[in-house]
Write a protein that binds this ligand. Structure first.
Ligand code: AN0
Ligand code: CP
Length: 328
């Protein structure tokens, strides 16, 4: 593995999940592989889980870690090419990325979308320029469009729970991604990414959201028309028989960056969870209680959000291990 930007960087997803579960069982078995190697974690946006779990994963592999909140602690950064830099930006991403690449063997970058211009956000300029200029492997810590470390942790969690339940041989879980209300304008990265990963996994995948909240079809269907997510606008209908409910708010992709609905009826409550097959409740966190999901659901034993967050360590650990294996 050279970079880890999307599911497309993974050769064999099932194998990666199995290896992650082995890392979970024996977290210090590869303590030598990261010796004298440094991971740089560059944040342009806030984080709790991504920052700490990736740091912990690197430590488990014997790596050193440097963290920088580049938006607050670095020089104001220009990203466009060929500009006259006589404004507020003191440094160009071309030098910034190249310099960080001198100090680190692997770089992680978090860069959210601005949610003002769809084409600009979906071009993932910051992440792509890091890949172009850093000269070392780059891991996405959530880009403008995708959050692959989260989706891998989600798949690890679904796999370990499903396998522990001894289901009927050959059966596969019904996984439902549901939109939920939120007062702020949020990215589509988590749902885009979750959809990409689910479409390539052995699950029955359904997305439910109010009309006009369709995600970019590049993420909800497989290339060459070989499969696509089932989209159902009726949330209660979608919940029927679900084994996993994954809640997340996102702003509109069609009317880019707009909040079209704040419909409180879409909040996840016990009344809706009883329609499912005693589904486990998932959310990437951070989550707003009693806005996205009711306390009663989040505090129920069927909520697996903490296990999901723990598995962020092993998704990062298996990805770092794979990249370290390719370094001299
Ligand atoms: C971010 C998002 O929706 O992409 C990060 C989630 C991991 N969430 C918020 O900004 C609340
Ligand atoms: N789920 C997730 O990525 O959380 P943070 O934004 O806190 O890193």
């Amino acid at each position: 593995m050279k970079n880890f930007i999307s599911v497309k960087d993974v050769e064999n997803i099932d194998q990666l999940v199995l290896e992650a579960l082995i890392e979970k069982k024996f977290p210090f078995a590869n303590k030598e592989i990261g010796k004298n190697k440094t991971l740089g974690l560059i944040f342009l946006n806030p984080s709790l889980r991504t920052r700490l779990s990736t740091q912990r994963a690197a430590q488990n592999l014997g790596m050193d870690v440097m963290v920088m909140n580049l938006d607050k602690e670095g020089w104001s950064m220009e990203t466009k090419d060929g500009v006259l830099m006589d404004g507020s930006a003191a440094e160009h991403i071309k030098e910034a990325a190249a310099v960080i690449g001198q100090y680190c063997e692997i770089i992680g970058v978090r860069s959210f979308p601005k949610l003002l211009n769809r084409e600009e956000d979906y071009s993932n300029e910051v992440l792509n320029k890091f890949i172009q200029y850093a000269g070392v492997p780059v891991i996405s810590l959530e880009s403008a469009t995708l959050h692959p470390l989260q989706s891998l942790a989600d798949l690890i969690t679904i796999t370990e729970i499903w396998n522990s339940q001894v289901p009927t041989p050959g059966s596969r879980p019904k996984v439902v991604l549901t939109w939920a209300p939120h007062p702020k304008i949020l990215p589509q990265a988590v749902p885009n990414s979750f959809s990409e990963w689910m479409l390539r996994s052995n699950v029955d995948f359904v997305i439910t959201h109010p009309e006009e909240y369709e995600l970019d079809a590049r993420f909800t269907s497989l290339p060459s028309g070989s499969g696509q997510a089932k989209i159902i606008y009726n949330q209660e209908e979608a919940f029927k028989g679900a084994d996993f409910i994954y809640a997340k708010n996102w702003s509109s992709y069609k009317e880019y960056g707009k909040i079209i609905s704040q419909d409180k009826k879409w909040m996840i409550t016990n009344k809706k969870m009883v329609l499912t097959n005693q589904a486990k409740f998932m959310h990437c966190l951070p989550v707003r209680r009693n806005v996205v999901v009711a306390d009663e659901v989040l505090d129920d034993p069927n909520s697996i959000v903490i296990q999901q967050a723990k598995n962020r360590i092993y998704s990062a650990q298996v990805v770092l291990k794979k990249i370290l294996q390719t370094l001299k």
